[in-house]
Design a protein around this ligand. Structure first.
Ligand SMILES: [Zn+2]
Length: 153
């Protein structure tokens, strides 16, 4: 039994208010993804998922659910690029034809807008992806499948 397992068992033994036990029952994909998008724990929907801007916590501070099994990798960045690109490119074309703004105004507005929207969406898409993986029991989220990437397990 390693340190994190001991810690998790300890939280359950102490009667953590939302202690989560995996009985292998169906997980609500939409709910878990939405909780992830809100950057909350997919299991309880209360605990914060992120530590800082993008780093996913190892375990939920409220229910103790393990979240370090996620493999979001560069998926959230791809999702952000696809959405922001397909949103901003046509809007830029429309704004140019409709208003004929000064090129510097157009560049400034869309430059700042694109960066701001991307930075806003990136952690939310990461949360959504972690919630999706949790709901589908992908990677180490499956109860009886050892996580190959986890050291010492
Ligand atoms: Zn939780």
């Amino acid at each position: 039994m390693d340190a994190s397992t001991t810690q998790h068992a300890g939280q359950i033994a102490q009667g953590a208010p939302h202690a989560f036990h995996d009985h292998g029952d169906e997980r609500d994909l939409g709910q878990a993804s939405w909780r992830g998008f809100l950057r909350r724990c997919p299991a309880c929907g209360t605990g914060p998922m992120m530590k800082g801007y993008l780093q996913v916590r190892d375990t939920c501070t409220v229910c103790g659910e393990e979240m370090h099994h996620h493999r979001a990798d560069d998926g959230p960045a791809w999702l952000t690029i696809i959405l922001v690109g397909h949103l901003m490119a046509p809007i830029l074309g429309w704004a140019f034809i409709e208003f004929r703004p000064d090129p510097m105004v157009l560049t400034a507005v869309f430059g700042i807008g694109t960066v701001a929207l991307s930075l806003w969406l990136l952690p939310r898409f990461k949360g959504l992806m972690v919630g999706f993986q949790w709901a589908k029991r992908m990677h180490g989220f499956a109860p009886d499948v050892p996580d190959p990437a986890r050291k010492g397990a």
